[in-house]
Structures are given as structure tokens and as C-alpha cells.
Ligand binder design. Sequence first.
Ligand SMILES: [Zn+2]
Length: 340
Amino acid sequence: MTSLKTRLTQSIKQPVKAALNQVRDLRGAHRAHLVEPTLWILMYHRVLPVNDPRCETEEPGMVVTPETFSMHLEEIQRWMPIMALEDWVRRYEAGEPLPEKACAITFDDGWLDNYEYAYPELKRRGLVASIFAVADKAGQAAPFWPNRVADLVLRQSPLLRQNPVLAPAAELLGQPYSRDTVSACIQSLKYHSEDTLNAALDNLGEATQPENSPTPDLMPWSALRELDISGVFTIGSHTRTHRRLNHASSPEQRHDEIVGSQQHLQQQLGHDVPLFCFPNGDYDDASLRLVREHYRAAVTTQNGLNRHGSLDLHQLKRIGVHEGNAKTPLQFRARLSGLG
Ligand SMILES: [Zn+2]
């Protein structure tokens, strides 16, 4: 239950937020005349209907509904054309003319719901987008440790008590399931390295292995190939296993995640894979050097717009949009504004 204090704070915060969004919308770059060509890159993860059970084990900042996604497409096209990221990059490199404003749509991880909900909508409208696939996880269920933890809590699995690393999640057993509580638990687990968390989950036994689930959450290769051939999506790399490319990774791991994933995707798709996306937006100098060597362009999670005169093709900025920050047209335009 929400306390009186929380309700009072919300009743003050909401009008302030709405007023700020009005200002961002009115003063935003999407409405302005721009002197140099500027590229907006939107970052999406999952597209799921409100009542889809898959929402239960997902963090709220990862999802938009099909209705919200459709509204976003309408809104973007009021202000600028939607272009494929690869196309914009190619024209930029060739010194060809670029529109004053353009927007590229990107999806991270390669979720099956992108195939189910984003693909038909983009196809119907004759639009294009990019998907960054995690090469070794294609066709897997609950592929990443946050989903695996949420799934075990949802299923009230006593296995969570087996490993002290997972103690914060074990504490949630016996309590009513809440996405917010699980989300807070996942945040607290980020204190551990990904390797520690994955190892703790792997040690719980066969039944908890993502590849042993009958329903995949990430697209299988057949779906990725279909999207690739359709011309609606360009498939880029998001590493082999979604390992964060920061200082913790060894040179061999780094090479395998960046170059190995590209080779794997190229083998599966039968052509070059020129785009890359840094997992979690984390990278160090060595990773960036390797990405520059092997890819034409790469996207980060750094918030902002890409202006022709000052952009770095291998550190492109994006604007993250989801149900929590862009559910209404005004909220979405405030995100497009480039003003925070
Ligand atoms: Zn990702």
C-alpha cells in the first residue's frame, strides 16, 4: 500500500515532471532548425503486451507495449524520417548528403518478442530497424542472469537457498511475487561480477539451465535469418554472451566476444556484419580499439544525439525509451528533445 507521504510526493512530482516535459518538447532539437545533420538513435529492448506473462520476469525499463511502439513510430515521422543505422553510417562515411534530421531504431539482445510484435508493425509501415543479437544465446530462454533470478523467484524455487551469492533472492521466497521487489533484488546483486552470478546459477543444476527451457526468449537463428532476409532489420553483434567489456575481461575473452561473435553471425547470415553494440554500455580502451578495427560503427548507452561535426562512429549515443519514460506522446517527445 502507498503511504500518505509517498502519495503526496507523487502528487507534487507528477505536475512538475509534466511541466518539464512540456518545456523539453517545445525547446527540443526535434522541432528546431539544425545547422548540421543530426542522427537520433533510439534504444529498445522488448516489445510485450501488458498482460504477457513474460513481463513478469522482466525489469520495467526493458519493455514497451506494441501500442506504445506504434505511437512512437507515428511521432518520429512527424519530425524526421526513419533510416537504417547502416544506411546513415554508409552515407556519412561516403560524404554523401544526409537529411537535417534522421532517426534510427535499434533493439538490443534479439528478443523473440521483437519478431512477434515489432517486425509486423515495421513491415506494415514500410520501416526499417536494427537488432543487436547475442550470438551464442540465440534460441535460449531466460538468457541473462537477471531473467534467471526473476524466473527462479517466480517459480518459488528452493534451489535459490543453495548458494550464498543468491541469498537476497532466496529471501524473497514465500513472499508474494512483485516485479519491483525482484528489480530491487537484481540491483543489489549487481555488486557481484557477472561471472560469479552466472556460475552461482549454473551450479544450481540442470533444470535451471536456460537451454533446457522449452520456450525461447531470444530469437532462434531461423527467426534472425528471416528478419535479415526481409530487409526490415539489419542484424548487428551484441557479443557472444553479453559479457561486459570493461576491465574485468581478459584479452582472449574480449577478442572472442567482439571478433568471435562477428564471425559467428557472419557464418549464420552469410554476409558481413558491420554494426556492434556494447553490452550494458560498458567498455575500456582495448575493447574500443578492437571494435574500431573490426566494425564500421558501434552504439553505446550514452544518452544524446549524434551531430555530424562531432560524432564518433564507434561511440554513437542513443536515447533509451521504454514504458516507464515514454508512454505518452508528450513523454516521448521530451525524450526526442535531446534535453535530458
Ligand atoms: Zn544487452
